[in-house]
Ligand binder design. Structure first.
Ligand SMILES: [Zn+2]
Length: 541
């Protein structure tokens, strides 16, 4: 997601007991499908739900612990037989010791007013609205679930709501059926959506609000090997209708670009919704929710659309198995937004973006004190920081500079295809790019992701007239130690022509080298890192 436009990131912190480390969240348990039926009220915030979970089990697990906060549970059936469950304020414990076989179904009837997760409110125009807003672990406030990114499942939503509200959810629209109600009652409609690709609970959402539909058309059909035929649409409140397509006119080119760079769009459709999410944008699979203020103010920018759209591949289709690897989601979305700028805004706009994010990284206190893969952070909201976003994105940028475009994108494609609709850790990415580039990269990932900071570089140079070369000296060290990186040097020669060479700077305090360019006289100028490819501060001595 991208950060909210209001002070949303300062709300309740979501602390988990075991840190963001590497224990299995629910050992021996895998939910493979959720069938969730919800009755939404005419007014008020009380919902009635029925969730049928298909569960796989391995090993001697005799209790299924589902996350569910506060809501009242009426009954639980395992393989259609009633069982005696126990309840704490945040867990529902279900005995499964008598289940025969390794797969079974669990039905939970529940209800009440969700404290969070499904945000039900009356908006400033007096309209009843409900929007799911689950990141990171708030799905448990309205869905009995294994609420952790390591457990992905398909989901069917069946929602009974007043007909004046449009219900939108993950996946494909299966039916919209008017219901016969008692005479005089407000008409109701049953809406069903089916997401047939497994997604984590934090991406399982519905919207129910008086939204109007804007069709962006189908795009990317038959563009060759990476064709991606997907229907895109925008759902907004009626008063936002005349803002469309606005920045969403760029949505087709984004899907085309990411399909071409990586693989076809991973889901059945892509809807963009004006919503009440606390974030600027939230990448729910196939149904991106955006904050409503930029619609109302007509200030929405295409960058947030590119970021959330990129998440459909990275974060949604390939999900970080542990929260500490959330850069695999946010760093990728950050960098792919920049790749969209590179393609459609040009090289200088791309470099300007990279300079901007590099400036943010070197100023961020969390970058100086913590690594990107932060296994000790227990406050998940605190992981939404400059490390996960900007430094994660910059790590991809430097990986590309190190191995070259061809090996970089081939590696990303094979990482994506190997882990699509599943989960991954950073080592999966490392192995994929090692295979595509033929180079060991453990040092690279350790250097940029498993220790705090960035390179602090001091440069100097002189012209050696006898050798007709520039002799450059790189000094590094200081707060974060020494780094290894390729460094491009641009030399403007005596005739005004610019020439470039790239040298490998070792992880050493002092490196002196002759730039391998033969010159005809003293150069007019020397620029280090002209293409903005090293996460370093540069100071000339
Ligand atoms: Zn994001």
């Amino acid at each position: 997601m991208v950060a909210g436009v209001v002070s949303c990131l300062t709300t309740t912190s979501t602390v988990i007991g075991q840190g963001s480390g590497s224990l299995p969240y629910r050992a021996g348990i895998d939910v493979t499908d959720y069938a969730i039926t919800l009755d939404l009220p005419d007014r008020g915030a009380s919902i009635a739900g029925r969730a049928v979970l298909t569960v796989r089990r391995w090993g001697p697990v005799d209790t299924l612990a589902l996350d569910l906060v506060a809501l009242k549970v009426d009954s639980v059936l395992v393989d259609e037989k009633p069982v005696t469950f126990t309840r704490t304020d945040s867990l529902l414990r279900i005995p499964i010791g008598r289940v025969v076989g390794d797969s079974f179904s669990v039905m939970v009837r529940y209800g009440g007013q969700p404290k969070d997760g499904l945000i039900i409110r009356t908006d400033s125009a007096g309209r009843w609205t409900a929007f799911g807003d689950n990141w990171p672990n708030r799905a448990r406030n309205w869905i009995p679930s294994v609420d952790h990114p390591s457990d992905k499942a398909t989901v069917t939503w069946t929602v009974n709501a007043p007909s004046e509200r449009r219900v939108v959810a993950n996946g494909e629209l299966v039916e919209e059926t008017p219901l016969a109600g008692p005479p005089g009652a407000a008409p109701r409609t049953l809406t069903r959506w089916r997401e047939s690709r497994p997604i984590p609970a934090y991406l399982m959402v519905i919207a129910a609000a008086p939204l109007v539909y804007y069709d962006l058309g189908r795009d990317g059909c038959g563009v060759g090997e990476f064709s991606s035929c997907v229907r895109q649409s925008v759902y907004v409140f009626p008063e936002s209708r005349d803002f469309l397509p606005g920045p969403f006119s760029h949505a087709p080119e984004m899907v085309r670009l990411f399909s071409e760079l990586i693989a076809p769009f991973p889901y059945e459709k892509l809807a963009h919704l004006e919503s009440s999410t606390r974030y600027g944008g939230m990448e729910n699979a196939g149904a991106i929710f955006y904050a409503d203020a930029p619609f109302r103010r007509r200030t929405m920018q295409p960058g947030v659309i590119a970021h959330e759209t990129a998440h459909q591949w990275f974060g949604d289709a390939v999900t970080e198995r542990e929260w500490s690897h959330v850069w695999l989601s946010e760093g990728f979305a950050t960098y792919f937004q920049q790749l969209w700028v590179e393609r459609f805004g040009g090289d200088s706009a791309f470099r300007q973006e990279l300079r901007r994010t590099r400036d943010e990284i070197v100023k961020a206190p969390e970058v100086a004190s913590r690594p990107v893969i932060d296994t000790t952070q227990t406050d998940l909201m605190a992981l939404l920081n400059t490390n996960s976003y900007q430094k994660g994105g910059w790590t991809l940028h430097m990986l590309r500079a190190l191995v070259g475009d061809s090996a970089f994108f081939r590696g990303l494609r094979s990482y994506y295809l190997a882990n699509r609709h599943s989960t991954a850790l950073t080592d999966d990415l490392r192995r994929a790019v090692e295979a595509s580039s033929g180079r060991p990269l453990g040092w690279f990932f350790d250097q940029w992701l498993r220790r705090p900071g960035f390179a602090e570089v001091t440069t100097s140079w002189r012209y050696d007239a006898a050798e007709r070369r520039v002799i450059a000296t790189i000094t590094q060290g200081g707060r974060f130690g020494v780094y290894r990186f390729p460094l491009t040097v641009a030399i403007t020669d005596a005739t005004g022509k610019e020439r470039r060479a790239t040298i490998d700077v070792p992880a050493a305090a002092n490196t002196t080298f002759a730039v391998p360019l033969q010159l005809d006289g003293a150069p007019r100028g020397v620029v280090f890192d002209p293409d903005v490819r090293v996460l370093a501060t540069f100071q000339a001595r």
